[in-house]
Design a protein around this ligand. Structure first.
Ligand SMILES: Cc1ncc(COP(=O)(O)O)c(C=O)c1O
Length: 294
């Protein structure tokens, strides 16, 4: 993990329409987004200088903002250009992109109807989300005590900052016990996802993954479902109960940051890093690199 603080780096950040020096991209402590979590964001990866599925991410950013009642003061095309400009300015071939939209400082209180909607885009190098040495051996997950909320409790289809409160709590608790991450159940007690990635299982050659009805239907998730189907592997999206984990043979996570990461253990259950998981790690790598060639 890098020890260089994120507010003290070289480079540029796109803020409300222009690139500015990295260290100047600051907000005031009295910012609505900070106090009331009125913020939505994206996480994207650059491969060979090109953002993978860039427009899909930008469109999701706009949908997330809309679900939070925020109108982004730019068009999708303008944000697409701003991302490309920021990636080029940072000059990394492989990198991570973080666009964020938040309510500003004009109003402080639960209501912030006329607070400005701000947009920033930062690009930095983030090579591997999980320990690279551990990754292909399969990471170990704890089971979180926190659950994904019901869709009528929070706008669960939005990549909203507030929804990450439970993720950080879960991940910190798991890390304190020596696990890499945590599996979160949903409000009904069904298997949902990890704290920053979707989850898949393999049983007898068939892939099973929870229906994303109260958590993010990840862009990587959909990409990997497409890759599995292209290999002729059956993919079943359904409700999965935690006790079913006992019969699952392979397990993996998908996410922009996590890419395709094998899982070797969840609580008392063990999984092999089998053929299907290894094939999908390779296929995803191929897909993002092919995109790079295109
Ligand atoms: C909570 C959560 N679920 C799922 C995902 C996977 O989404 P995507 O594949 O679009 O990155 C992410 C990552 O952004 C996430 O943070």
């Amino acid at each position: 993990m890098s020890l260089v603080p994120f507010d003290d780096r070289d480079g540029q950040i796109w803020l409300n329409g222009a690139l500015i020096p990295w260290r100047d991209a600051k907000v005031h402590v009295l910012t609505h987004g900070l106090h009331y979590a009125s913020a939505v964001f994206e996480g994207e990866r650059v491969y060979g200088g090109v953002v993978f599925k860039s427009r899909e991410h930008t469109e999701r950013l706009f949908r997330s903002a809309e679900l939070m009642g925020m109108s982004v003061p730019y068009t999708v095309d303008e944000i697409e250009r701003a991302k490309a400009q920021t990636v080029a300015a940072q000059g990394f071939a492989d990198a991570y992109v973080r666009p964020i939209v938040w309510r500003g400082s004009e109003m402080m209180g639960v209501s912030a109807q006329v607070a400005r909607i701000n947009v920033a885009i930062a690009v930095w190098q983030w090579p591997s989300y999980f320990d690279p040495e551990q990754r292909m051996k399969g990471i170990r997950l704890d089971v979180s005590q926190w659950r994904r909320p019901a869709p009528d409790t929070a706008p669960s289809a939005a990549k909203a900052a507030g929804l990450y409160m439970i993720c950080t709590l879960s991940k910190h608790a798991a890390e304190a016990k020596g696990f890499a991450d945590a599996l979160m159940l949903d409000y009904r007690g069904r298997v949902a996802e990890a704290t920053g990635a979707n989850i898949f299982f393999v049983k007898d050659g068939v892939i099973h993954t929870p229906t994303p009805d109260c958590f993010l239907d990840g862009i990587t998730r959909r990409t990997v479902i497409g890759l599995a189907k292209a290999r002729g592997i059956e993919v079943v999206e359904r409700a999965i109960m935690p006790e079913e984990l006992e019969g699952m043979q392979q397990c993996f996570l998908t996410g922009t940051a996590a890419e395709v990461t094998p899982v070797s253990q969840i609580g008392p259950y063990s999984f092999e890093v089998g053929e299907i998981v290894r094939a999908l790690v390779a296929d995803y790598d191929g897909a993002v690199r092919q995109r790079m060639a295109a």
